[in-house]
Every structure is written in structure tokens, then in C-alpha cells.
Ligand binder design. Structure first.
Ligand code: ZN
Length: 68
């Protein structure tokens, strides 16, 4: 039953990405089709929600959490 929660968390992250992208109005390059960290596919929904994203959600969260 964890799939539903994973899904909800993913959607929430997508919406946060979109909000951040809108707010900062950074010039967004093309999204990567694969995560630059782990090489996993980046879902099309995420590419649309976060134009210019280079990482999958898991790697992006890890990247934002600690830059060490
Ligand atoms: Zn990744």
C-alpha cells in the first residue's frame, strides 16, 4: 500500500518544482531525459513540471538536502 503514498509524495514534489520554477523565472534549458546522478529515467511529468531538471526526484531531494 506504499505505492499510493509514494505517488502522492511525487506529485507534491512536482508541484513544488513547478512553483519554484515559476517564482525564480530562471531560463530553463531542456530537461534531461535521464537523471545525471543515477541515470534513471526522469518521468515526462517531472520534465514538464520542472523544465531544465537534471535529476530524478530522489536525487534532486538529496541534492537540495545536503550539498556536502
Ligand atoms: Zn537520480
Amino acid at each position: 500500500m506504499t505505492d499510493i503514498f509514494d505517488r502522492a509524495q511525487e506529485l507534491e514534489q512536482l508541484q513544488r518544482d513547478a512553483a519554484l520554477a515559476n517564482r525564480s523565472q530562471m531560463p530553463a534549458g531542456p530537461s534531461y531525459s535521464h537523471c545525471e546522478d543515477c541515470g534513471d529515467d526522469i518521468p515526462a511529468a517531472r520534465q514538464l513540471a520542472a523544465p531544465g531538471c537534471h535529476r530524478c526526484i530522489a536525487c534532486q531531494q538529496a541534492h537540495e538536502r545536503g550539498r556536502a
